[in-house]
Design a binder for this molecule. Structure first.
Ligand SMILES: C[S@@+](CC[C@H](N)C(=O)[O-])C[C@H]1O[C@@H](n2cnc3c(N)ncnc32)[C@H](O)[C@@H]1O
Length: 250
């Protein structure tokens, strides 16, 4: 299925992207009051980075993903779980049944949808008083090494920004009129990563690829030279998993 954000080329290295902070997933599950056996629809499920922790907590997951390559990757990464099914669909039109799910999630995917339409579709999917959640992994840009990487990117793409994926989602959720006021949640995690794998993951960074276009590989090469000079082969990379939960109003 074609979408405005095409992840076909990014799928190859997407598996090596960092996991969300387990404490943030625990907060999400606890706040939404979902428990083993409840049904979740995970939208833009892609590489299954959110699907898998939901499955590990005993939830039954319908994973919806428009992109064939990402869906294949997610299916293979999650195939050891019995309680997941994968479907082709988008956030604005999932093709899944209404009034069904206790929780509908968007792991780093709410920003690539038409948010008002995705919220309307979410409200349709949810059971009465069910929960919507969206979350992202943000690199902690106050970390000195990460500050250096950001400065480097901006020196080559001056107008570089993270757009919707780093914005507060409270207003967008409120504007739909379909949910109670949004509740923020977050958790921190430091990933100890193989430096070369981390560099490679920049090649699947949609936000960079979209803004740097043909300069992407030149920029990734510059990031590589910088971190090789500053860090050993194992790199600590601090992340904040940041999300918003909101309960269907009716
Ligand atoms: C950044 S990846 C996130 C993958 C995974 N959920 C995670 O947490 O890592 C964004 C995913 O959203 C998918 N996507 C693109 N447009 C979409 C849309 N309109 N609705 C739902 N998903 C979409 C992409 O194909 C991609 O797999």
């Amino acid at each position: 299925m074609k979408t405005e954000w095409d992840y076909t080329e990014l799928a190859r290295t997407y598996a090596s992207r960092p996991d969300y902070a387990p404490s943030a997933i625990d907060a999400l599950v606890a706040r939404a009051g979902v428990k083993a056996g409840d049904r979740v629809c995970d939208i833009g499920a892609g590489s299954a980075h959110l699907t898998i922790p939901l499955l590990e907590r005993g939830l039954i997951v319908d994973a919806v993903e428009p992109n064939d390559e990402m869906r294949k990757l997610g299916m293979s990464r999650s195939q050891r779980f019995g309680q997941v099914q994968w479907f082709e669909g988008a956030g604005e039109a999932t093709g899944r049944p209404g009034d069904t799910y206790a929780l509908v999630t968007f792991g780093s995917s709410f920003n690539v949808t038409d948010r008002p339409r995705a919220l309307k579709e979410t409200a349709r999917l949810l059971r009465p008083r069910g929960w919507f959640a969206c979350l992202w992994n943000h690199r902690d840009l106050d970390d000195p090494l990460q500050t250096g990487v950001e400065d480097l990117i901006r020196s080559m793409v001056p107008e570089y920004g993270y757009g919707t994926r780093r914005e507060d989602q409270t207003e967008a959720i409120a504007a739909s009129g379909l949910f109670d006021p949004a509740l923020p949640f977050e958790g921190r995690v430091v990933h100890r990563v193989d430096r070369e794998t981390w560099i490679e993951a920049w090649r699947s960074h949609a936000t960079l690829a979209r803004q740097a276009a043909s300069r992407t590989s030149e920029i990734v090469d510059a990031i590589a030279a910088y971190v090789r000079a500053k860090s050993g082969t194992e790199m600590p990379v601090p992340y904040v998993t940041r999300g918003w939960l909101a309960r269907r109003r009716f």
